[in-house]
Design a protein around this ligand. Structure first.
Ligand SMILES: [Mg+2]
Length: 406
């Protein structure tokens, strides 16, 4: 009997892949190659292999990693180019530049392919509109074709890209992932190579839908842990985050009260003050956070910490709301508090994305103005009225902002 399917991922992942990247770069340098079957690869007289080939060559059965001699047997009229990896990396860098200016969470999976995690952005922006506009920008600025796939996991997004190639864009609507995957052959799952395909077919698993229907424990018995992973992938479950190349850091502030307090209003005001300082620190270091942590230590040293994942931001308003919401949820009202702390983690570079991630441009302008005043007069020069209330409760206390790797 088949198990209940795992919960589908609720992330928004875009995957983009340059179309026959090396060939496209060669065609840009020499437009006469347009429309011709082109192979970039090693010489056919020795053990050269195809690194990239145009769709005209693919139509004849040529594919990458095939020995060049075999490719010429299939497509004798092909134009062979030995390749210029310097130029390819230059274009790759150019794409990386364009993308990282627009999105903080991205992972380059290879020289011509990357993933973006746009989760949470739909609150401010249409994710699909954002992704298609970014794709258009890449094509406009590099002059190279690229295909976009969007879905709820990396695996499904990459498969979607595959079905939209060449030079296309496609989105799988939320909730439609399992139905979208079902009729596709198993080898469409990234990582399922020719050998695995044979093995899966032998087990009667030809389509991704067959994997969806299979008993997961049976799959694991026969294929090991990769059997379970395949089953999860086939159900569009959330495995495999988008890994940024950036070093992750966290910043935090905490404050110990000389006299413990259970004055909720004052505690909240202190949270506001700490968030303000930390958010300012975020913006001046041009970073965004995706995780807010609140720490409460009661008079008996009993310490609690809770965190919440949020959409990337460096805006005071959203961070304060989040921190206060966490605080209200976790606070035991009648117990006196000894220490209060706030932390931001999962930091990524992205100061210039402020407007992108916030709907209220006005709010952003206000922040820019207050930040400018802080620059001129020091970090304590300006603050919201609410934060002033907190100061009365701080008797010889410390406010330590620490920046540490996490
Ligand atoms: Mg590619």
């Amino acid at each position: 009997m088949a198990q209940a399917p795992p919960a589908r991922s609720e992330r928004t992942i875009a995957h983009m892949d340059m179309d026959c990247f090396f060939v496209s770069v060669e065609r840009k340098k020499d437009p006469k190659l347009n429309g011709l079957p082109v192979i970039v690869g090693g010489p056919s007289n020795r053990r050269g292999v195809v690194a990239s080939c145009s769709y005209e060559a693919r139509a004849k059965g040529v594919h990458s990693a095939m020995p060049t001699a075999q490719a010429f047997a299939l497509c004798p009229e092909a134009v062979l180019i030995s390749g210029n990896f310097g130029a390819y990396s230059e274009y790759s860098e150019q794409v990386k530049q364009i993308v990282s200016e627009a999105v903080p969470v991205l992972e380059f999976a290879s020289i011509d392919e990357f993933y973006l995690d746009l989760t949470g952005m739909d609150r401010f922006f249409g994710c699909w509109q954002f992704a298609t506009e970014l794709r258009a920008k890449i094509m406009r600025e590099t002059g190279l074709p690229i295909t976009l796939g969007m879905a709820n996991t990396k695996t499904v997004a990459k498969i979607t890209t595959g079905t939209a190639k060449p030079c296309g864009e496609r989105m799988v609507e939320p909730g439609q992932e399992v139905a979208f995957l079902a009729p596709l052959p198993v080898q469409q799952i990234p990582g399922v190579g020719p050998q695995s395909t044979i093995e899966l077919n032998k087990l009667g698993l030809k389509l991704i839908g067959d994997i969806q229907q299979a008993d997961v424990d049976h799959l694991e018995r026969v294929l090991g842990i990769s059997g379970r992973i395949l089953w999860l992938k086939a159900h569009a479950a959330d495995i495999g985050a988008v890994h940024t190349h950036y070093e992750r850091k966290s910043i935090s502030a905490e404050e110990t009260f000389m006299a413990d307090t259970n004055d909720t209003k004052a505690l909240e005001a202190l949270i506001t003050a700490m968030v303000e300082k930390l958010a300012y620190q975020l913006r001046t270091s041009e970073r965004l956070t995706a995780c807010v942590t609140v720490k409460v230590r009661y008079s008996n040293f009993d310490t609690h910490e809770q965190q919440q994942r949020i959409a990337y931001t460096a805006q005071d308003g959203e961070l304060m709301e989040t921190a206060k919401a966490i605080f209200r949820k976790m606070l035991h009202k009648n117990r006196p508090v000894r220490l209060l702390g706030v932390g931001f983690s999962q930091l990524v570079p992205g100061g210039i994305q402020l407007n992108l991630f916030d709907d209220a441009e006005e709010k952003s302008k206000l922040l820019q103005a207050t930040d400018a005043i802080r620059h001129l007069h020091g970090a304590n020069a300006i603050g919201r009225a609410a934060t002033l209330q907190a100061s009365g409760h701080r008797k010889g206390t410390r406010l330590a902002g620490t920046v540490s790797s996490s």
